[in-house]
Ligand binder design. Sequence first.
Ligand SMILES: *Cc1c(COP(=O)(O)O)cnc(C)c1O
Length: 223
Amino acid sequence: MGVNKEAYGSLLAAMQPSGATLIAVSKTKPSEDIMELYALGHRDFGENYVQELVKKQAELHKDIRWHFIGHLQSNKIKMIAPYVHLIHGVDSIKLLEAIDKEGKKINKKINCLLQVHVAKEETKFGFDLTEARQAAAIYFLEKKYPFVQLCGIMGMASFSEDEALLNQEFGALKTLYDEIKTLYAAEATGFNTLSMGMSGDYPLALACGSNMIRVGSLLFGAR
Ligand SMILES: *Cc1c(COP(=O)(O)O)cnc(C)c1O
């Protein structure tokens, strides 16, 4: 129980050269653990489950930046929309549409990342590379979702120790991110986030150009 402060220190040190952001993934962990990191000045926390986020958001400090990193169902958007800082897992046009609709209702432009599937596992959610390009085109050219702020790309590599494979997958995400950024340079001024890297693979992700890593077990212990 409790936060691994040594791991937190090494994470901050590892990210310092690039200025990347650390999301502390607190899913299934008690609010006390979050408060421990909060006391050290940490403000960015990631959660996967809507009910759990709702509960923690209500009982914790309001200056916490909550990142929703799980699979989001359309009917639950309204429960997190008013305060969520960034939704990492936008994995379909349908969800993008539903978030836009909710944003319009509460007059808030909601920060989102497109979740892109590059890993070998079949169960993981996300756009494939082609679908992600199409989604970006719809967003930037057709300007269909005015209450969505598209901030970048999120992805997960395969659960593997094969460094060549991980490099290839992180590389594919970085290439896509750069491609979209360049293609829509005029419109994509807020497109600045490449969220990739977790406890097991964040050094590789950072080396491949990640500027936001999502780390849970290394900080809070195994779930
Ligand atoms: C749980 C989770 C993480 C953190 O995983 P760890 O291996 O515990 O660091 C990161 N990203 C997503 C999308 C997750 O679901």
